[in-house]
Design a protein. Sequence first.
Length: 305
Amino acid sequence: MTSELISTDQVLDALEAEAIGILRETAGAFKNPVVLYSVGKDSSVLLELVKKAFAPAPIPFTFLHVDTTFDPHEMIEFRDAIAIELGLNLVVHVNPEGANGEVTPWTHGVQEYTRIMKTIALRQALDAGGYDAAIGGARRDEERSRSKERVFSLREPGHRWEPRNQRPEMWRTRNTSLTEGQTMRVFPLSNWTEVDIWRYIRREKIKLVPLYFAKPRRSIIRDGQVIVLDDDRMPLLPGEVPQDRIVRFRSLGCYPVTAAIESTAATIDELVAEMEAARISERAGRLIDGDREDSMEAKKTEGYF
């Protein structure tokens, strides 16, 4: 093994140890924590770390998936298969307002659709479960507002994020106490980068949704973005003709608002090599982030993850 590979393993070992410590601290500090399971690459790494943190004991956390009804079918199939394989206590929540299919990105607009089916739905699910801590796979390198997050990120009543109220975390000393109405968001992967995630997935041989790997997929080009058509619900604009393109996803989400990228990376080694050379943010294809610099921060203030 070369010195470069040894160095990479040392980095991954340190990140793994930090995340496992955070998970164990969360289990001890809160009465009813829940893991937010989006089914993507970060959630898959988080699940692996949860397993390691408490092995050989059973996983002590409930898992929560907020289903917008527009996640690609491969994500839902993968979610259900993993839940059965590992015996997860999985809660799936859909905002009743959109359960009838009448709330969509094209009827309500991307931002309002996201507010109803993601932000409000998440608040509903957390309140219904009485969870005092929500553990997620967000990383500080994703975009600017994420970089302001603490590992233990305080939420005020109503799940509001107030950046000025966040507590100092010096020398890994953390204040996990809560007052009436407050909850906590916990981010064990805060210090990981996208490349760290992919290197860890390769090293640990973590199962992933096949959408991350390139293959021909039925898609259109809209506003310069590749949109994979998972079903026939999305209205096509004049001149849009679906065709097969060899693409994959860097980030997963609702198919009408999450663009794919043209790529030939069909194996984990090819994918890691591609990510090591990437210079564009993984969220460049997330239409829900909007075109305002403060878009994500505004969503988080309302309770978005």
